[in-house]
Design a protein around this ligand. Structure first.
Ligand code: DGJ
Length: 369
């Protein structure tokens, strides 16, 4: 058998095996979706768009994601829960018309290297960017999880652009729903001063893993892991999508859901989310509702088959309605490598349905169209 070191005698001694394999694969153009492999862009470089989201605009897909670059390390402040990180570099954007050939449009929201006070400073946290188009203002609006190194700020960051390929102008971060109660609050909820909902009433509710969703009527919504990740909040966005209106609902109380991905099919709203285990994969959850305000009904783990209990070793990030239509959907997920975050991979799977339940099965190599 020919070994890698026989083929590349000098190089393989210098590079770790995984990096060498990644380098070799990266040159190959994508002809099918091969989850877990290195995906090359049109220049042959690995696509770097993690925790990402997709916008379909005028026939083109725009894939935005975290640029995971540089050293992976465990900050002192994250040691209690093992949260490794890379410094913030910015948000990438790739464009494609076939979901296979991805052109790098560049870093559309670069880090603010020289401003330690900025949310975009390399020492902060910028995760799960999602971009939506506002037909009224004709602006492209990016929402992301903006946080401090210890994840205590738990805020939303918002940026805006005139074009999908950026550059995006950063508008700042905030905690949503400051000084307002959710529409489904109970008198008992309001009375417990230790409850995060009450604790955060004045300051604004926490927002960690998040996504944004635009309904058929043009209304926008924010789904965010709130209350120390225990409970999800769904908040209505203002007409310009730049803020929340103050109308919000608490859903899945105490269920510790992260990585929300929302889509609509046949008039129903669907959520696929993960559990809360840092970078380690866990079993996904799914839920359905007739109204975005609920009630939401949990439908269980959408994954079936080998490794269904760990979402095929991945964590969801977005569900893409192919071609902008509510017919075919792709579940997009990250296979995080907590020890080498830039070498995290992508897992994309078609969503099928059994009755109203979304189902995900492993697919080894498939055409996305
Ligand atoms: C899980 C979240 O889904 C990710 O976005 C990231 O915040 C990691 N936790 C950090 O451990």
């Amino acid at each position: 058998m020919t070994t890698l070191s026989a083929l590349f005698p000098g190089v393989s001694r210098l590079l770790p095996l995984a990096a060498l394999v990644a380098t070799l694969h990266a040159a190959e153009p994508m002809t099918s979706i091969r989850s877990g492999e290195v995906w090359a862009d049109t220049e042959g470089k690995p696509v770097n768009a993690h925790g990402g989201g997709m916008l379909f605009h005028e026939g083109t897909y725009y894939w935005y994601g975290e640029i995971k670059q540089g050293k992976t390390y465990l900050p002192e402040v994250n040691k209690s829960w093992g949260g490794t990180r890379v410094d913030v570099t910015g948000v990438s954007c790739y464009s494609s018309t076939d979901l296979l050939k991805w052109k790098n449009e560049g870093n559309v929201l670069p880090a603010a290297k020289d401003d330690p006070a900025s949310d975009l400073h390399p020492g902060k946290v910028l995760e799960r960017p999602k971009v939506i188009y506002n037909a009224k203002t004709k602006k492209f609006v990016m929402w992301f999880h903006a946080d401090s190194l210890d994840y205590a700020a738990a805020s939303c960051g918002v940026a805006v652009s005139d074009t999908p390929g950026g550059p995006f102008k950063y508008l700042g971060s905030f905690r949503p729903n400051q000084g307002v109660w959710p529409v489904n609050v109970t008198e008992a909820d309001k009375k417990d001063p230790k409850a995060p909902l009450v604790r955060d009433f004045e300051r604004g509710q926490m927002a960690r893993d998040l996504t944004v969703f635009v309904d058929d009527d043009g209304k926008g919504y924010l789904f965010a892991a709130s209350e120390d990740n225990a409970t999800m909040h769904i908040s209505e966005l203002t007409d310009d999508y730049l803020k929340t209106t103050g109308k919000y609902v608490r859903v899945f109380p105490g269920r510790l859901m992260e990585a929300p991905a929302v889509f609509k099919r046949a008039g129903k709203y669907y959520l696929i989310a993960s559990g809360c285990t840092a970078w380690a994969p866990n079993a996904a959850r799914s839920a359905v509702a007739d109204s975005i305000w609920g009630p939401w009904k949990e439908l269980g783990n959408p994954c079936q088959g080998d490794k269904a209990d760990i979402t095929f070793q991945s964590q969801g990030t977005y569900v893409l309605p192919v071609g902008g239509k509510q017919e075919k959907f792709i579940f997009m997920a990250d296979r995080w490598n907590k020890d080498d975050l830039p070498d995290s991979r992508y897992v994309w799977l078609p969503v099928s349905f059994e009755g109203e339940k979304p189902v995900l099965r492993w697919m080894g190599g498939w055409s996305p169209r």
